[in-house]
Structures are given as C-alpha cells and as structure tokens.
Design a protein around this ligand. Sequence first.
Ligand SMILES: Nc1ncnc2c1ncn2[C@@H]1O[C@H](COP(=O)(O)OP(=O)(O)O)[C@@H](O)[C@H]1O
Ligand SMILES: [Mg+2]
Length: 423
Amino acid sequence: MDLNDQSTGGNENYQEGSSGTRLIPRITIQAFCEISQTAELVESSMQDRRMSRVVLTTHNGGVEGAIGAYGENPTPNLIIVESSQTSDELMNLVQRLAEVCDAGTNLIVLGHINDVILYRDLKNLGVSEYLVLPTSPKNIVNAIAELFISSGATPIGHSTAFIAAKGGSGSSIVAHNVAWAIANDIMQDVLILDMDLGFGTSGLNFNQDPPNGIADALFASDNVDSTMLDRLMSKAANHLNLLAPPAMLNKTYDFKEKDFEQTIELSQHAIPAVILDIPHMWTKWVKYTLSMVDRVVIVAEPDLANLRNAKNIVDELKVIRPEENSPILIVNKVATPKRPEISPQEFADSLDIELFGEIAFDAATFGTASNNGQMIAEISKNHKANEVFTNIAFELMGRTSHEAADKSGVMSISGLMKLIKRA
Ligand SMILES: Nc1ncnc2c1ncn2[C@@H]1O[C@H](COP(=O)(O)OP(=O)(O)O)[C@@H](O)[C@H]1O
Ligand SMILES: [Mg+2]
C-alpha cells in the first residue's frame, strides 16, 4: 500500500467561493528537513493558494533539530519533520519530540520508509500524518488541509472572554496586552473582537483608526464567511488583528442572545487565538458569550464592589459552564495610593478560586501607554505586568514553555504578593 494515497482526499467537500478550495487558517508551520530537496519541496507547497494565510519557516536538522529548537521555545501549530532514520530510531526521536511539544501542536513526519506498521505506530503516538518521500507539494497541502479544515478538524482558535468585575477595572487593557503577548512571545496569530460597540478602546489602544470591522461582521449576519472576515480585520501589529467597533454613537446596539455567535465561531476556525473584549454589562448576549468560549478571564480591582460583582460572576459561571475550568482571576490596580484595599489573596480566597496574577497600579506607565496607543511591553520592556500578561498568554494557548513554566503559577506571584501586601 502506498501511504501517500491516504492523505490525498478529504477536503473536496469544503469548497468556498469560486476558487473551489478552502484556505487553511492562519497557522504557523515550522519544518525541519535533513536535505535541501525536502526543504524545497515543503517550501513549494506555499505556492498552493490554500496556503496563502500560512506562515512557514524551514530549518535544517530533521527531528533532532526540532528537539533542540523546542527545548527552549514555544512550538507552532504544526511541525513538519523529515527523517531518514530506521523505524525504531524514528519512534524514539518522535517520542522525545513529543515531550518538548506544547499541547495543541500537530506533527507531520516525512519519512523514507514505506511501512504500514510504522505508519500505525506513529499514528498511535499522536503523529498527525506520515508521508513517504518522495511526495508532492499537493500531498503535503492535502495533509495540512485534512488536519485543519476537514469536517473532523477541531477549530484551531482558543477563544477567551475578558470581563471586568466593575467598569474601569482594566479588562480591556489586560485583554489587549495578553493579545500582544500571544502575538509576540508565542508568535501566533491573534484576533481581538472588541465587543463594546459604542465605546470600545481597541483602536485607540493600538493607535489605529480601523474600519468598523465588528459592526460589519455582525450586520452581515448569515453572509459573513472567512473571506469577508479577512477583509474586515485590520492589522494592528505583526500577528495581531482587530475587529474594531465603530466607537460612534449615531447608531444604537441592542444585540440578541446569539448575535455574536457566528462571528466568534468563524474566527475560531480562522485564527489560533481569539480574544473577546467584553464590555461591562449583563445582557443575554454577554451571558451567552461567556457560556460558549473556551476560557474566561475576570479582571477586578481589590475593593468591595469588585468583590461582590466578581463573586456573582464566578457563581454564575459555575451554573453556565459547570464542566469547565474555573476562570482566571487577575487583580488589577493593586496598591492604588491612599486606597484601602482587600489583599489580592484574600480577594481570591473569598471567591474560592486561585489568584492567577496581580498587577500593581501604575498611573505613569499605563497612562503613557494609553496616550501613545502602545502596549506596556512597548514602552517598558521589563515592567512586572508583562510577566502576568505572558503567563496568561501561555495558559490560554496551552503552552508549557519552559521559561513560562518557571514564571507561571502562583508561586512567583505569591512571592510578589508578600512584597506589596498592604496593611
Ligand atoms: N494597573 C493599572 N495602573 C494604572 N492604570 C490602569 C491600570 N490598569 C488599567 N488602567 C487604566 O484604567 C483605565 C480603564 O481600563 P480599561 O481596560 O479600559 O477598563 P475596562 O475595560 O475594565 O472598563 C484605563 O485608562 C487604563 O489605562
Ligand atoms: Mg473595556
């Protein structure tokens, strides 16, 4: 049996537009080849129009090269490795590679052995596809399409809703900076859906004057597809895309429960990270959106009103997302001068959830960032808040970066807490 035959079908049913084939989402692919011909083969797959949104880089070194590269770095959506090893050696190396891969990373192996048992064993190890060399660029693209756009493919996008316990607590700022961290530290494509149609600040925060992407997407309702979504998104930075609101008051917006659903689902099929910047309100559509996303981040200031509201949100989430992870709690504007505060740890304890991170009040840095339309990392690279943004980014994307693993979790945060805990 020629194993390459197995990967050719599969995507003919997923046609779109006049071109007849659907585009593969905005994934990043890194290929580690042993010989230059294979690197050229992989690179020539980029000429297929289905690959037009994909970012591909090729490297030397085969599977061992990949193992070396990912010991320290986060892994992309898809790794392609070439191997000329024997079956046993290959199985061994793939196992070692799997150990340094983050959850959610897919692996395609290009090998020289045409052997059904090896194919089955690799599949059992979690390898997405094994293609026997020589193969064609079309076979490679078909295998990628099968992985990311076939009917069985899970949406690539992780969706996260950011909500403030009280207006002004900083959920938009945190959402935008986390999006920046995903784009820059993990180098994955991100889409921010600014759902605050009258007053959203995403355009301002990224110093952009973007078109009204989100309004157009919502009002196109059933006609919105991934090509339209592409057109409506504006690029705020490398890897970072925005569906910005009109931020004008000539129209009013009274959304129904599921009005955002289609745009969110479409985004999740197109982009690895979807960040929902939800305004501080309690409506049917907000509640429904919180129930459908992969993760919820609550941003709260350490005062009584925030505590009461956060408690209500946490309790409600338990009802509408009973099987899901508990929300990520960020206590923001800690140690605001002269303000009596609840300690972040007590705040979290009262909610009976983990304190994921805390961010100190810093009017100068956050004020300058807002006025310049820049992210905190752009104006203050070593600011403590960046650590929190990066930790959230890694948590959301299921990354176990070794650097982030050291930084993440409450251990380092609790050390920080002791330093700034107030009486
Ligand atoms: N840690 C902080 N220190 C100082 N100012 C902050 C901090 N976090 C947020 N801000 C400021 O608070 C204001 C409200 O933030 P925003 O993210 O728009 O709140 P929300 O979306 O929760 O209503 C913004 O002007 C922002 O710059
Ligand atoms: Mg906001």
